[in-house]
Design a protein around this ligand. Sequence first.
Ligand SMILES: O=C(O)C(=O)C[C@H](O)[C@@H](O)CO
Length: 251
Amino acid sequence: MTAFKDRLAAGKPLFGLWQALANNYTAEICARAGFDWLMFDGEHAPNTAQTLLAQLQATAPFPIDAIARVPLADPVAIKQYLDIGFTTLLIPMLDSAQQARDAVAASRYPPVGIRGVASATARATGFGADPAYLRELDSRLTLIVQIESRAALEDIDAIAAVDGVDALFIGPADLSASLGHLGNPGHPEVQAAITHARERIAAAGKPAGIFGLSPEDAQRRVEEGFAFISIGTDIGLLTKGAATLLASVAR
Ligand SMILES: O=C(O)C(=O)C[C@H](O)[C@@H](O)CO
């Protein structure tokens, strides 16, 4: 399977859907829809390694990239998520280049990294049937770090320059909170910060992603040159769909 970073390098914008229901049934439905990628949220959704595994297995037959967001840049979570078979990770709430280097090290085996080796029992290696996993790890993994705080903005050039950081993803909700505009990602200061971040990521020659606040916002982000954009959430589809259906019948 082509690594997500290689799909990004092809230059065609990739559209994704946030998976926050922590459910393999709905994940399979969303995978059938034709998105380029799905992001399984270990930070804000009630996910465990078991629920993430079930979603990964349910979507495996479909041509989507399965991205998993770890709860934080924790070496144990990074190891677990990679061992069950994710090859693209999203690292939230990262504030510095050192934290980015630590996350890269947690995803790699010694001597360059600190990830424990479970080649015979990890789904990632086909439970031992795919010995190439160990030597091809670098080419298979995509590590995406989030830019969603004032501190990350201030260190963005150093973060983007970290070897092993393959892409950077802007989180408007947390970024707006960090800038003092909680709940208001549309604030001019937040939008200016997003523009600055996009420009610095481009200057570093790395792909930029962003959480689209609406289909219209997502289209704008494509025109601005973002490489991967989330255009909605599973929860949003369900809540909006339910409300629209109910409103469509006279009561
Ligand atoms: O900070 C953000 O924005 C994101 O990282 C996306 C959110 O976590 C997502 O849950 C939408 O609010």
